[in-house]
Design a binder for this molecule. Structure first.
Ligand code: NAD
Length: 467
């Protein structure tokens, strides 16, 4: 239609609150028409998504490099290939996920049949952050499409090149009457949240998370919140070089701007000196003597975040790093020791390449430290002791528990990804994405030729004898 063509070309109102209502109208009509229900349509969309990621790989890499200085290979691994794997996984399992499932009927209700039947929710809203600006809108979209929904994507305005690319390209690969990219910042986001959606999937910080939840309450819209927080890494023992490399890798991916990055380290007093020595070595090993020259090291998203991070450097003694450059929004990978738990770096999610190392007496004290704070998105434990791992699993509240690795857990499509408590509600990836965007609807069926329900009707006198 002419409307679709205008949308594909980017209508003049794009990026403003006024653009929102007509988009919603279009998507609601499409969903109501039933077009998004057939598996054929869902398959086409998922295949379109795979094609988009394959054919436009270089353009995406360029946008991500412009927004975040990401190395193309890192962009590929942490953004494009992850979404592709999700889409391919969904394509492979779509038939099985969407199937009705029979549920046994109690004898007293027989003959009858009961089954569950996953249903699309309708028109859903996906709001993304800037740190993985492709992955965090398109991975949820996989679930939304697999489940037969129409979707509005609102990428982050703080990754403008990526946001513009998504707005440009998505209409060429997906059904633009069912999937719309709406660009813009808080004003556009606010306009979207005024509308009635059938589900809202939000990834971002706690502050906006609250705004989303409040807006959703107005329409009784179900919400998934993928938030952040301070994910702790407890270090007891292990192969020190490997432990240090895994911590540094998880922390410095995307220059520390990763929701599941180990935020801070709690290490036992005995192990602290050897761990610190290896952390310094690992930084140099992964990013060279001068990480400013490394092509594998990213930049801070904007000047405001850069300033916030530079301000946090005073929270401890700089063991390595500390150099910065405003013009290029560079911040050297920095390890801080002698950090007071009350200092600024320990009050907020760091979300940058600063790793404070604090000491504790033992695992019990580390767990007490973690549990005294808001529930983190991920908790990491480094030890070779199976008993300590069990103790950690049983004693710590967190969105996920990970032993001897940081951040890589996200690449397992069979694992649900989500927070608990302050780090979020709901989960996705793999089948969990499909479930997040479906209603598991029960269907109960009986015939009327024989009134086999007679025993249940009043008068109730003698009912007990009847059953
Ligand atoms: P943010 O909360 O500032 O912004 C997220 C989105 O909300 C953006 O699209 C933005 O435009 C929109 N927004 C901003 N102000 C708004 C308002 N007043 N009303 C409605 N919408 C508004 O988050 P961010 O800075 O982009 O991302 C960083 C945060 O996201 C960190 O806390 C990080 O831990 C978290 N995060 C979580 C995950 C996860 O999967 N759990 C992944 C990545 C990032």
């Amino acid at each position: 239609s002419a409307f679709t063509d205008a949308a594909a070309a980017g209508s003049p109102a794009d990026g403003t609150p006024a653009a929102v209502p007509p988009v919603l109208d279009r998507l609601r009509k499409t969903h109501a028409s039933g077009r998004t229900r057939p598996l054929e349509w869902r398959r086409e969309q998922l295949e379109g998504l795979v094609r988009l990621l394959r054919e436009r790989e270089q353009e995406f890499a360029a946008a991500l490099s412009s927004d975040l200085g990401k190395n193309p290979l890192e962009s590929y691994v942490t953004e494009l290939s992850l979404v592709r794997a999700e889409a391919e996984h969904a394509l492979k399992h779509l038939e099985q996920w969407t199937r009705s499932r029979r549920v046994p009927v109690p004898l007293g209700l027989a003959p009858a049949s009961a089954r569950t039947q996953p249903q699309p929710l309708g028109v859903v809203l996906i709001i993304g952050p800037w740190n993985y600006p492709v992955q965090l809108v398109l991975a949820p979209l996989v679930g939304a499409l697999a489940a037969g929904n129409a979707a509005v994507l609102k990428p982050s305005e703080l990754a403008p090149a990526t946001s513009a690319m998504l707005a440009d390209l998505v209409p060429h690969y997906l059904d633009s009457d069912a999937v719309a990219v709406v660009q813009g910042g808080p004003d556009v986001s606010t306009a979207l949240l005024k509308e009635r959606f059938d589900s809202i999937f939000f990834t971002g910080g706690e502050r906006v998370g609250r705004i989303v939840l409040q807006a959703a309450a107005e329409h009784l819209t179900p919400v998934t919140l993928e938030l952040g927080g301070k994910s702790p890494a407890v270090v007891l023992d292990g192969n020190w070089a490997a432990v240090a490399r895994r911590l540094v890798f998880g922390k410095l991916l995307n220059a520390g701007q990763t929701c599941v990055a180990p935020d801070y380290v709690l290490v036992t007093e005995e192990a602290a000196p050897v761990l610190q020595k290896h952390l310094v070595k690992a930084v140099a090993e992964l990013f060279g003597k001068d990480p400013a020259k490394s092509r594998d090291y990213g930049r801070i998203v904007n000047e405001q975040h850069w300033e916030r991070l530079v301000g946090l450097l005073d929270s401890g003694t700089v063991l390595t790093g500390g150099r910065s450059d405003r013009d290029t929004r560079y911040l050297e990978p920095t390890i801080l020791t002698d950090v007071d738990p009350e200092s600024p770096v320990m009050q907020e999610e760091i979300f940058g390449p600063i790793l404070p190392v604090l000491t504790v007496k033992n695992l019990a004290e580390a767990m007490e430290f973690i549990n005294a704070r808001p529930v983190p998105l991920s908790a990491y434990l480094y030890t070779e002791s199976a008993a300590a791992r069990t103790e950690f699993e049983e004693g710590v509240r967190a969105g996920s528990i990970n032993h001897n690795a940081s951040t890589v857990q996200l690449a397992v499509p069979g694992l649900p990804f989500g927070g608990a408590g302050a780090s979020g509600t709901g989960a996705y990836h793999g089948k969990y994405s499909f479930d997040t965007f479906s209603q598991l609807r029960p269907v109960f069926t009986k015939g009327t030729l024989l009134d086999t329900l007679r025993f249940a009707y009043p008068p109730y006198t003698g009912l007990k004898k009847r059953i």
